[in-house]
Design a protein around this ligand. Sequence first.
Ligand code: ADP
Ligand code: MG
Length: 209
Amino acid sequence: MTTHTKIDHMHPKRERTLVLIKPDAIQRTLIGEVVQRYERLGLKLVGLKFVRPTKELVEKHYMNDPEWVSKTGAKFIAHATAHKLNIKFHDPVKMGEHILHRLSKYMTSGPVIAMVWQGLHAVAIVRKITGSTEPLSSDVGTIRGDFVLDSYEFSDAEDRSIRNLVHSSGSVDEARSEIDLWFSKDELIDYILIQEKVLYSAHMDGIFE
Ligand code: ADP
Ligand code: MG
């Protein structure tokens, strides 16, 4: 029994990821749409709260990966070079720091909803439904592709963050540290969803009476 419980506790259906509904999505009254996109996948909501994030929290969130600043700066420089856009700073670290500064203004501009979703491949599947960073090039069917129309070109000209409605963790490790940052242990609830039997049981028996 104990061994079984231990194995079950480590079952991949327990993978968790952090989603933030950003201030623009709340102003666009898209909370229900966003929650529905993740909920209908079969994922289980294990944490939810309405927050007014501080600058410190936002900076901690993005600086959790010490390479985020240089990677994000480099990602933008590569995009801007390919699309012949104006480049404010050619040094990836400087550019990344500037993006972080814009982000912290954006993420503290209004209330945010923080959620933890749990399920098989939660991180990768949530990331897929979230869509890529820039709404202009996000795939159709994703949240960033379906509900908003921003671009690097436009946001950069206005010296502001890309408004892309949601955040979702980029990897299992990132998810772990982000969940620890936004939630205390007692704010996360372990419970069973009846549909898990259909999603995860080896056999679907006992349906016919
Ligand atoms: P993602 O949210 O897709 O994981 P990143 O981690 O690279 O993307 O960046 C975090 C957030 O910072 C993005 O969701 C976006 O809101 C903003 N952002 C990233 N790069 C830029 C940029 N070059 N200009 C403006 N905002 C940016
Ligand atoms: Mg990211």
